[in-house]
Structures are given as structure tokens and as C-alpha cells.
Design a protein around this ligand. Structure first.
Ligand SMILES: *Cc1c(COP(=O)(O)O)cnc(C)c1O
Length: 379
């Protein structure tokens, strides 16, 4: 792997991904689809997929077809579902690569049937019901018609309906009344599909939060993403669920200097040194996925302690005020990691910057290089 000359790197612990998968799989005691969309939540699509499979994942889930095809191109042969297919998606390529697809509407089903006929390969199909998120899925008003059309396509040999599924709006608030309401609608949707003859499909509803907190949503398979990477979907301490964050984000100090009291720091001088002090320059910025909102708010581990970023985060860099601590160019700065060396967690960063850890881990990139530790799934 190349380095970028600054030592800034995202270190991904493959063994943690495997162990987290095993913990989740063991907890639910039924098949698990590890979600590896968005470049494995920023951990690397193929290595994350292989590590999750090594940890016992039964299949993989991605958003778009290109992600599924990238897994196949890398030699990953496990079942993969690609669920976010717009009109004109290359369903024939999906079928040729043995990728399962999902549809939300009759026109999507028609495209799948056409591709199956063109290629001579029946599609392994999941039908997505909108049970209350109002995002993907067929609304209940359209569900019976979609199910009937899918049953006809199955009878014709063009599709095999292997999944009936939906997605929760409030799984991270385990007592929210929408959860029971969505489960009820999902059960109705399943009953309609079964009555239409779609009896062999796996039912799946649970994302990470539901996988750790809501056994009533587990049905025939769970579908966790963020928890596979060791982040607590409920916003608490991942260790409470036996999970370990797989990502560590670190950089190296590029420059240090001693400045007087009253020095304005970084653009707009939103930070002023309270006393004579040492500043350390860290060569990563918002172009690398370090949120600009971290200015004067986000913590990092540097020179033996957690310190808040001093002044604005710039495109390529930010500044730390380390006081009279000893710090030298080349010293390590940890933005976030598992937390056991005293470094902040992605959850702490999320709290400091007004976002969720999902956004932080999926966006970190730019000039960070990625490096893997551990051996789970390595080829
Ligand atoms: C992203 C996604 C998941 C995984 O969600 P997590 O909260 O990361 O577990 C599951 N299902 C669908 C439909 C998704 O879009």
C-alpha cells in the first residue's frame, strides 16, 4: 500500500470485523446478512466482506449493483443482495454474476423479468415492503399487486422470490411505538405474500440496532451494518454489546512551534492561545473527511492526552494547542479508534460534531491511506 507522505492512515482491524460478526450471529442464532455498502462503511468493501464472512456471515448486502459486481470481480462468491436499483439498472449483469436483487415496484419487477428472459437465468428476488419508513419499498396500497405479479413471474420460472423484507424507522429508539406498528404491517405483508404462494422467502427486517435490541424483529435473518464494524447502533458503548470498533484513524504531527499568549489560530482566529504554548499541526482536513464542524469541538489523542482541535479545521490540516506538553514532528495523533489507548471513539467525534458515527466512518478517506491489521478473511 502506498503512503501519502504524511503518515495519515485509516487502520482497519479485520479480526474485529470477524469477531463482531460472530458475536451478532451468535446472539441471533439465525442467518446474518452483513451489510458492506459504501465501501464497507469506509472499511474497504472486499476486505470487510471477507472478514465478515470469516466471522460467520451467511450473506452480504450492498446498496447498488456496482458494489455487488465489485465483490464478484474480487472473487467473493457468497450470496449478495444489491437492493437499490433504479430504472435501467443492469439487471442482466446482476443475474450473470449471481447477484440477488430487490424490487420496490411493478416496473422494477418487469425489468427483472425481462432480464431473466434475456439471459435465461431466473432472478433470486427480494420484495421490499414499505411498512412505515416511507423510503424504499412498495407501499401497502401497491403490495398485493406487486406480490401477485411476482408470484406469476415465479410460476413462469423467471424469478424465485427468496426474500420479503422491510426497514425500520426508529430501531435506534427500541421502545418507540413505530417499531411494533412496523412489525405488524410487515407481518400483514408477509401473510399477503404467503397467501399468493410466495412461501419460501426469508423474512428480514432488522438492521444493527434491531439486531442488538429487538428480538421481535429478527424473523428469518438479520441485516446489520454498522455493528459489524463495532460501532454501537444505539449510540452508547459498543463494548456493552460485545463489539469492538474496527477502525482507527491516525495522523502524524507535521510541524510544531512555540507561540505567545494571545495568538489567533487557524482561519478566522476562532481560537486564541490563552498563554504561551506549543502548537502542533496535523496534516488532515475536511478534504480527507475530518468534519469542519470539529473545529474547537472534536477531541484527538496527542502528546498523551485528549485535546480539542484548536480553531477551524481547514481543507488539509488542523492545529492542536498542547500547552507545555512535549510534542515533536512525526508524533502520532489519533482521531478516533476503539478507545482503549485513551483515544476518542467515533461516537465521541459524532457527539462533538453533531452527526452520527456512520457518517464519520463512511466519509473518512481523501488522502488517508488504508492499512489492514489482523488476518480474518485475508487471502
Ligand atoms: C444500511 C442498511 C442496513 C444496515 O443498517 P445499519 O444501521 O448499519 O445496521 C440494513 N438495511 C438497509 C435497507 C439499509 O439501507
Amino acid at each position: 500500500m502506498t503512503t501519502n507522505g504524511t503518515g495519515a492512515e485509516v487502520v482497519v482491524d479485520l479480526d474485529a470485523i470477524a469477531a463482531n460478526t460472530a458475536v451478532l450471529r451468535g446472539r441471533v442464532g439465525r442467518p446474518l446478512m452483513a451489510v458492506v455498502k459504501a465501501d464497507g462503511y469506509g472499511h474497504g468493501l472486499v476486505p470487510a466482506a471477507r472478514a465478515a464472512l470469516a466471522g460467520g456471515a451467511d450473506q452480504l448486502g450492498v446498496a447498488v449493483l456496482a458494489e455487488a459486481l465489485a465483490l464478484r470481480a474480487a472473487g467473493v462468491t457468497a450470496p449478495v443482495l444489491a437492493w437499490l436499483n433504479g430504472p435501467g439498472a443492469d439487471v442482466a449483469a446482476a443475474l450473470a454474476a449471481d447477484v440477488e436483487v430487490s424490487v420496490n415496484a411493478g416496473w422494477g419487477l418487469a425489468e427483472v423479468v425481462a432480464a431473466a428472459r434475456a439471459t435465461g437465468r431466473p432472478a433470486r428476488l427480494h420484495l421490499f415492503a414499505d411498512t412505515g419508513l416511507s423510503r424504499e419499498g412498495a407501499p401497502m396500497t401497491e403490495w398485493p399487486e406487486l406480490v401477485a405479479a411476482a408470484a406469476r413471474a415465479q410460476a413462469d420460472g423467471d424469478v424465485s422470490v427468496v426474500g420479503l423484507w422491510s426497514h425500520l424507522a426508529y430501531a435506534d429508539a427500541p421502545t418507540h411505538p413505530t417499531i411494533a406498528a412496523q412489525v405488524r404491517v410487515f407481518e400483514e405483508a408477509v401473510a399477503i405474500a404467503r397467501a399468493a404462494g410466495l412461501t419460501d422467502a426469508r423474512r428480514h427486517l432488522a438492521n444493527s440496532a434491531a439486531t442488538v435490541a429487538l428480538p421481535d424483529t429478527w424473523f428469518d435473518m438479520v441485516r446489520p451494518g454498522v455493528a459489524v464494524y463495532g460501532l454501537d447502533p444505539l449510540g452508547g458503548d459498543a463494548a456493552d454489546h460485545g463489539l469492538r470498533p474496527a477502525m482507527t484513524v491516525r495522523a502524524r504531527v507535521a510541524l510544531t512551534k512555540r507561540v505567545r499568549a494571545g495568538a489567533g489560530v487557524s482561519y478566522g482566529h476562532t481560537y486564541t492561545t490563552p498563554a504561551e504554548t506549543t502548537l502542533a499541526l496535523v496534516p488532515v482536513g475536511y478534504a480527507d473527511g475530518v468534519p469542519r464542524a470539529g473545529g474547537n469541538s472534536a477531541p484527538v489523542l496527542a502528546a498523551g492526552a485528549q485535546r480539542t482541535i484548536a480553531g477551524r479545521v481547514c481543507m488539509d490540516q488542523f492545529v492542536l494547542d498542547v500547552g507545555d506538553a512535549t510534542v515533536s514532528p512525526g508524533d502520532e495523533v489519533v482521531l478516533w479508534g476503539p478507545g482503549d489507548r485513551g483515544e476518542p471513539t467515533a461516537q465521541q467525534w459524532a457527539d462533538a460534531t453533531g452527526t452520527i458515527h456512520y457518517e464519520l466512518v463512511t466519509r473518512v478517506g481523501g488522502r488517508f491511506t488504508r492499512r489492514y491489521t489482523g488476518s480474518a478473511g485475508a487471502v
